[in-house]
Design a protein around this ligand. Sequence first.
Ligand SMILES: CSCCC(=O)/C(O)=C/O
Ligand SMILES: [Fe+2]
Ligand code: NI
Length: 334
Amino acid sequence: MHPAGYRAGREMSKRMRMDTVPDLVSDNSDTDDDMSNYTYESAYVHNYTEINSERTQILNLVVQIVSETISLRHGTSQASLQRFIQRILERSGMGMTGFLRGIAILQRSTSSEGIFQQILYSMMLSNGLPQDYNGWSRISGISSNRLQAEVHAFASQLGDLAVDDEQVWKLNQSIKSEVLNLEQLEKIGVFYRHFETVEEVDVVAKERNYKNRDEIVLSEATFPGGPQALQAKLEVFYKEHLHEDEEIRYILDGEGYFDVRDDNDRWIRAKLTKGDLLILPAGIYHRFTLSSSKYVKALRLFKDEPKWVALDRGTDQAESSFSRTEYLRSVSVN
Ligand SMILES: CSCCC(=O)/C(O)=C/O
Ligand SMILES: [Fe+2]
Ligand code: NI
């Protein structure tokens, strides 16, 4: 049996999904005036600014619904819950699976407000039920024994959560695939995340064993050699190319476009703005250009010494490179 608030939450979730999600999905055409300068083999181009704003709208809706249902269930103030959940989402990046999972559990919990907020928060960070109570305890400030007891108490209340998990998973998948299109990027080995702080980038760098980094600033005012030298550099970046290594870029300021080839050799355009991180796998064809603001400042991450060698499409070097062969193999397996 689901408690009334829980059922109401599910009804509202369904309503949200059916009534509002399709309206929020744009037709993917890019109307940015920068685009008029470029010819595209196909109009299959995604503007990540649009996608980010859709994501924000979806998240706002989710936050509203979730705070309504939790407030019904726990009798807490909706406004403060909304602020709290917003903070969690901002601090945890996307984490929608963890978020929705956490919500499903919390909608059934009988814990006090303080505890459930902490647990919700921790769930966001650990993306599901925690493995490491000590780490969780550090994050939440609750003793690990108490946390473990809380989680076990939750778990015993969960009953048929498996079914709910599936619902949550489906909702999450459809939001992700229809709105964020991260799956499409994942399919071609591209990793995209939005991080508010460089510390979050550090975690990714550590995981991947990246020891070096530098900053690149592309702007007419500061580029060594002046505007002409910048123009020449941009021409190199905009020539379709690949690298023998992964390319990791984190935008510190300004904005720019990375275009990547999908598995049908069509361009996907990712507009990156401050806080966006993009990882391009070795061997993928891509190119980069500035937007009309003509300014970007980005972190470039390297495993060892800074290295930037571009192999242009159409050359033997690129087509028969090890990274290209490996990349094609990896996408055909996926
Ligand atoms: C925003 S970083 C500039 C572009 C770049 O570094 C690169 O490698 C493009 O392929
Ligand atoms: Fe590149
Ligand atoms: Ni941001």
